[in-house]
Design a binder for this molecule. Sequence first.
Ligand SMILES: *Cc1c(COP(=O)(O)O)cnc(C)c1O
Length: 396
Amino acid sequence: MRKTYLNFSLPFIGEEEVNEVAKCLRSGWLTTGPKVKKFENEFSNYIGCKHAIAVNSGTAALHLALDAIGLQRGDKVIVPTFTFGATAEVVRYFDAIPVFIDVDPKTFNISPGKIEEYLNYHNDEISHIKAIIPVHFAGQACDMDNILALAMLYDLKVIEDAAHAIPTCYKDKIVGTIGDITAFSFYATKCITTGEGGIIATDNEEWVQRMTIMQLHGISKDAWKRYTADGSWYYEIHQPGYKYNMTDIAAAIGIHQLNKCDLMYNKRKNIAKQYNHAFSTLDAYLSTPFVYQNKVTYPHAWHLYIIQLNLENLTINRARFIEEMKKRNIGTSVHFIPLHLQPYYQKTYGYKKGHFPNAEKIYERCVSLPIYPKMTHEDVRDVIESVKDIIAKFKL
Ligand SMILES: *Cc1c(COP(=O)(O)O)cnc(C)c1O
């Protein structure tokens, strides 16, 4: 048994990040400036998108994306129920309505079949439905061909929530170059981090202009241009914008995280491989993540490694499994509690338990295991041994 507690997640921060942040602090330029520009340029080069706008969270990125497409009060946006709160709350910022859709039981991604079913049965609402926000759950891309086909047919915008998905490929494309706008998150637990942060990727010039203005008070020029020698003191407020700009301190971290994106990806992929191998003999008691067998560069970003317990063959439930892991000094988590089970959405829209059986079934059984580049070989071994030990003790 482990002597020390293994965190569920820890960032992979080296001397490069520490030195870059120190340099930034010593430079006297702390807020949005040259490091943010550099980070945006390097990010768009890495992804292959035309434009990248760095902001202070993934939630801000989603909010600005919905603002750019002109979402209005009373509009509807299709969102998977199995996601983090941010995906739907940004729709509420506009007093618009999130329409929850069930997920695919294998991938946990929004089901295009269920979207189509909804659109077919709610013909009277079609003119109000403006967008779909697919979430590339855990780091595997959604069925984008079918989502894009539905979006085309019903004239919907596709705003991808790629908080888990860097780097992720869908067929020959990398996530960030597929839908209309893609929002990434650099929260501390995500694939790459800036502490808090996010970025918006798009090829559309008009939306870039709108999002650039809205991210900083609706002002037409950013602070960097205004206060340096080649800028001027003059500014105009064109909209009541937001305060969503990324700091140079955060970008200093991001520049080096992006450099290590592939290295970190390979480390996570390697952990996933070890888990898959170790748990292959336990398939009566738990299932490992389903991955499409596509020959692409990044089939799955492995932001999360989620097992599903086969409760029929165990004497304990999920909560008890997590407790047992904790007793063995292993941190785990649950991603996520379906949104239609949350009090706010139940109270506001009348959602109830039973509405989305796939998400509910996954939720009752899912446990996220630690998967991050800082984990040592011993850490991975300890997770595997703990899972095996619990199964042996509590199998029927
Ligand atoms: C983390 C996350 C977000 C929000 O990102 P923040 O940077 O924390 O605002 C949005 N959607 C999903 C699915 C996430 O996991």
